[in-house]
Ligand binder design. Structure first.
Ligand code: TNX
Length: 538
């Protein structure tokens, strides 16, 4: 598969060199008069659209070499969000941006990140952001809200702020008042590390990229027919043998438990919760190949490197199967601080319906015994979902009576309709990566649906949130991941965060295109959809 070319910038290099010279000769990268006239990024450019944003015309805060970051006294979490913000901006601005405890609850200078005084409505993930000529003040009820506000603030800075090397500036932030909170509590991305394996560094980079659009869950599809990607101490061959190949026959790979802990901790530092998936009873060839006792006939199949689905199943009638699941999920639960374990459950075409239902019901009890909540692909509604079980909808229709019935009985639904939210679908017939079984998904299609009113009989109150899955049969590298995720992932995150009333393609496509220069500076290999008018520097 040909990797679409990266558009890394010569201009960025030239800028960096010039800035380097300016810093050498003057000691500080002081804004030049002509640049001081730079128009700040408007509030209307932020993705996802904030709930309310009222600009104060003609007012801006300038980040300068004198700017300090003040954080809520006594809060280590606020201090680390402050350190994260400083870490983002020091390379590009060249400013020291010291981080220290705030000495005032009504700050008049610098950038303050406070856990007091936020309006009640912002909840656990929202924030208030006030920008005047003298200060930037963020108030949130919880550290996650401070982190979300920092993502908004990043997008209000010129794209050059994302550079890893010193840039000339200036660094204005438009004045005004934002009060923001998400529509849905769960906004996720799924990465299939089973069809192709991706190293820890790639996963971390993807975490950073999705965090910019206020994603708060990363679902890792850790096992499938073609590979088992996490070391299980009690069943070592799952990783060492079951993880030894991939689609197309490559070498595969797996995460050690320390690797997985590292991903979980890194995600947590970006207020992202990892949801591990062990797909079962189907999509299990790698496990069956590793441990013959998991098959009904006791014969291990060969490893599989093709892309068919629906041919494998754990032996649902054997006790050893449930011992295996208990051990595997027990280890993964112990490594996972988040509330959810994803048990897959999709495309179990080699499992009889009655066996499937009994299997899912039993696995739900195992997950509960390990103190976790089940997420399953929506096929699990054909069993008897526990009240807490979440069904992840991946269909291509707007009617599904089984899912609607479950929702009526209280099941929460995570929305990933394949013909809207699947990042592995091609943009159009000319896209070289991806598949098209659910259709082509250009940006307008990815954006043009309401998660709270899409599935007949599943209203907004039954919707947990939105997730953008990226299956990787055809995806083999970070540039591939970026090409499929951008710009669609930010569109889907906006559907998860912003109110239904704010959905407006005409306004959105401008807001989204304004991200282009930012991705260019970040070196994100995004798809330049012809549905958008990309500004200079994209
Ligand atoms: C269907 S969607 C699958 C995956 C494939 C994907 C490819 C779902 C729950 N299962 O096994 O990777 O299509 O688009």
């Amino acid at each position: 598969m040909k990797v679409p070319g990266r558009r890394r910038g010569l201009p960025a290099l030239v800028l960096a060199l010039t800035t380097g010279l300016a810093v050498l000769t003057t000691g500080v990268a002081a804004p030049r008069p002509a640049e001081a006239a730079v128009t700040p990024v408007p509030y209307s450019a932020v993705v996802p659209a904030p709930a309310t944003a009222v600009p104060a015309s003609g007012v801006a805060y300038q980040i300068t070499s004198a700017t300090a970051i003040h954080t809520e006294p006594g809060s280590a979490a606020a201090a680390s969000v402050g350190a994260y913000l400083a870490g983002l901006l020091r390379p590009s601005t060249g400013f020291p941006l010291p981080v220290g405890a705030a000495t005032s609850t009504t700050p008049t200078d610098g950038i303050s990140l406070l856990l007091s005084g936020a309006p009640g409505g912002v909840g656990d993930q929202g924030y208030q952001l006030d920008v005047t000529a003298g200060s930037i003040v963020v108030r949130a009820a919880r550290p996650a809200g401070l982190f979300a506000a920092v993502q908004t603030l990043r997008q209000l800075l010129p794209a050059a702020a994302e550079s890893g090397t010193a840039q000339p500036g200036p660094w204005p932030v438009a004045g005004g008042h934002i009060v923001d909170q998400p529509r849905f509590g769960y906004r996720g991305a799924m990465l299939d590390v089973a069809r192709h394996f991706f190293p820890v560094a790639t996963v971390k980079r993807y975490i950073d990229e999705i965090a910019l659009y206020k994603a708060n869950y990363l679902h890792l599809h850790l096992s499938d027919d073609q590979g088992w990607r996490i070391a299980i101490t009690s069943r070592p061959r799952l990783a060492t043998y079951g993880g030894s190949t991939a689609v197309g026959g490559g070498p595969g790979g797996y995460y050690t438990q320390d690797d997985y802990r590292e991903i979980v901790a890194y995600a947590a530092s970006r207020y992202i919760t990892v949801v591990p998936e062990i797909d079962m009873p189907g999509h299990t060839n790698a496990a069956l190949a590793s441990y013959a006792e998991l098959t009904c006939d006791g014969v291990a199949p060969p490893l599989y490197t093709g892309t068919d689905v629906g041919f494998s199943t754990l032996c649902t009638s054997k006790e050893t199967t449930y011992t295996f699941i208990d051990e595997v999920l027990g280890e993964i639960a112990a490594l996972t601080p988040g509330p959810y374990l994803h048990i897959g459950g999709d495309e179990a075409q080699s499992t009889q319906p009655a066996d499937y239902a009994a299997f899912v019901n039993r696995v739900q009890q195992i997950v509960a015994a390990h103190g976790k909540t089940v997420i399953g692909w929506h096929d699990v509604v054909n069993a008897t979902p526990l009240p807490s079980t979440v069904a992840q909808f991946w269909g291509t229709t707007t009617r599904n009576s089984a899912v609607a019935g479950a929702a009526q009985r209280g099941t929460k639904v995570l929305m990933s309709p394949a013909n809207r939210a699947y990042l592995d679908m091609k943009y159009n017939s000319r896209t070289t990566l991806g598949q098209n079984w659910a259709g082509y998904i250009d940006v307008k299609t990815a954006y043009g649906w309401d998660p709270g009113a899409y599935l007949s009989g599943v209203g907004a109150s039954s919707v947990l949130g939105v997730e953008a899955p990226l299956w990787t049969e055809t995806i083999t590298s970070l540039p591939d991941i970026e090409y499929m995720a951008f710009p669609r992932l930010p569109a889907l995150m906006e559907l998860g965060w912003s109110s239904a009333a704010s959905h407006d393609w005409t306004a959105f496509k401008q807001r989204l295109a304004a991200q282009g220069p930012r991705w260019h500076v970040m070196g994100v290999n995004y798809y330049h959809s012809t549905q958008l008018t990309w500004p200079a520097g994209s």
